[in-house]
Write a new protein. Structure first.
Length: 495
């Protein structure tokens, strides 16, 4: 019987991960990442962050080689390739497909004044009505910075791309494509007119010629060229059948595709990503709205992205600084569980990792409230910290509900903060939503996306029928203590 394998890539900031998935069983045959330590970020000035696109390509080749060694020749049976990538990065290439400068990546802050000026000049109401966001610090604003500060580079630009578009170009030997989902994350897409934004292109003075041809997110977008096929031990002509930004792709990995469904992650920062079935936005831009991977007229599917900087990084800081030395995260969770819900009046505000978009770009810092020297211990501080992180998620989800999103279930990978029963129980109690944990990751999700795009699966439900469910956390019957602690947390925040 012919084997059908799918290859998924996740082009992250710190590494590239590759996963080979059996399309029939859903089993991950082999996975690997490269490098083992974090990839470098170039920062020539404070607030700048760049990476060389060629570095991503070399990392992809190394990760593919590792998968090939583990899978012992199985790459010959790859039927489709999918790509997940770090969002909002700018890649500029010349007519030969060569990068003209390092990519200005997602965490680079230099373009903020350009986006703000566009928002003021075009008009806030019009930007929100058409782009669903402020142009902010997204890809279009980064390109405006290049145009003004590096005119000699700008003059040579043939096309602008996102990191995933660049990788697809390299795999195909020069086929440059993008998606509506990708254009929307760069602030190039007009949702009202269903076209590349004339307002943005005109305001910044961009020619529409620099926008790549648009292909559906799930489709045979291009094919692996013969030279790349030899280099990566892949069949020539293998379809590149899916690409998606890392957060929409994380939602896909959890089969979060329908209005009201929510995906969440709790790494260094916390992300809640929900699907909205109608065009809407937050008037204060506290959350961002992009086209989801299955957005397709007339079926509106938007991804509402809530990002909280101060989440897992607070938990890690607590482990390093407050918890008894040498303790594991599991033991730290047990210690936090030893005190009652609400930590006997102790409250922790977790926003200590820079300005928070959910707080309209304010930076209140992290803080501890209500300390009683006669009662409170390390265990109380550890519990209050995890509760404070869960409350920050719930606070952001209130905005999503105001936009018309009904939140009944939160899906997450079995990793990071979601490994903590205390965190899951608190989040379920204050949101009223059940939390479902699954075994998945971004590169595996991209592989499944490729299977959908290549027609191997009928739809996402067919693709994810083998997705491994680990557990479900339902809200406790009596949520009184949790809601009282959440009320106290909001009062401390609003002070």
């Amino acid at each position: 019987m012919e084997r059908k394998y799918l290859l998924g890539y996740d082009i992250g900031t710190s590494s590239v991960k590759a996963s080979l998935v059996d399309a029939e069983t859903g089993k991950t045959v082999a996975s690997a990442q490269y490098p083992d330590s974090e990839a470098p970020i170039l920062s020539k000035q404070a607030g700048w962050a760049e990476q060389e696109p060629e570095m991503w390509w070399e990392e992809l080749k190394a990760a593919t080689q590792r998968v090939a060694e583990k899978a012992e020749g199985s790459l010959a049976d790859v039927k489709a390739i999918g790509i997940s990538y770090q969002m909002h990065g700018l890649v500029c290439v010349d007519s030969e497909g060569k990068a003209l400068r390092p990519s200005i990546i997602w965490c680079d802050g230099r373009a903020v004044p350009y986006g703000n000026k566009a928002f003021e000049t075009i008009g806030g109401a019009k930007c929100l009505d058409h782009l669903l966001n402020s142009p902010g610090n997204f890809t279009a604003a980064k390109l405006a910075w290049v145009k003004e500060n590096e005119p000699e580079v700008y003059a040579k630009i043939h096309k602008v791309m996102l990191p995933g578009d660049y990788i697809a170009m390299r795999l195909s030997g020069g086929d440059i494509k993008t998606t509506i989902s990708g254009l929307s994350e760069g602030m190039f897409w007009d949702f009202k007119n269903n076209e590349v934004s004339k307002d943005i292109m005109s305001f910044f003075g961009f020619s529409e010629d620099i926008i790549a041809d648009i292909v559906p997110t799930f489709s045979i977008q291009s094919r692996v060229c013969e030279e790349t096929a030899r280099e990566l031990s892949l069949p020539a002509g293998t379809p590149i059948a899916y690409r998606g930004g890392d957060q929409p792709n994380n939602a896909l990995s959890l089969n979060v595709m329908k209005p009201g469904e929510i995906a969440a992650t709790g790494g260094t920062s916390g992300v809640v990503y929900g699907v909205l079935g109608e065009v809407n936005y937050d008037s204060l831009s506290r959350v961002n709205t992009f086209a989801h991977v299955n957005h397709n007229q007339p079926d509106t599917r938007l991804g509402v992205l809530l990002c909280i900087n101060g989440t897992g990084i607070l938990n890690a800081w607590m482990k390093r600084t407050v918890a008894p030395e040498g303790i594991s995260y599991g033991e730290m969770n047990d210690l936090a569980e030893s005190v009652p819900v609400g930590a006997e009046g102790l409250t922790v505000i977790p926003f200590g990792n820079g300005a928070e978009r959910v707080l309209q770009n304010n930076n209140p810092g992290a803080s501890v409230h209500g300390i009683n020297f006669n009662i409170h211990t390390k265990a109380h501080i550890l519990r209050a910290a995890q509760e404070g992180i869960a409350f920050s998620f719930a606070y952001g989800m209130e905005i999503m509900r105001q936009m018309g999103m009904e939140i009944t279930t939160i899906k997450a990978g079995h990793a990071n903060l979601f490994l903590s029963p205390l965190f899951r129980r608190t989040l379920a109690a204050v949101t009223g939503a059940s939390i479902e944990l699954y075994e998945t990751d971004g590169s595996v999700g991209a592989a499944y996306g490729a299977g959908i795009g290549a027609g191997i699966y009928q739809d996402s439900d067919d693709a994810f029928k083998t997705l491994k469910h680990i557990s479900t956390e339902k809200p406790v019957e009596d949520t009184t203590a949790y809601l009282e602690a959440y009320k106290r947390w909001k009062e401390a925040l609003e002070k």
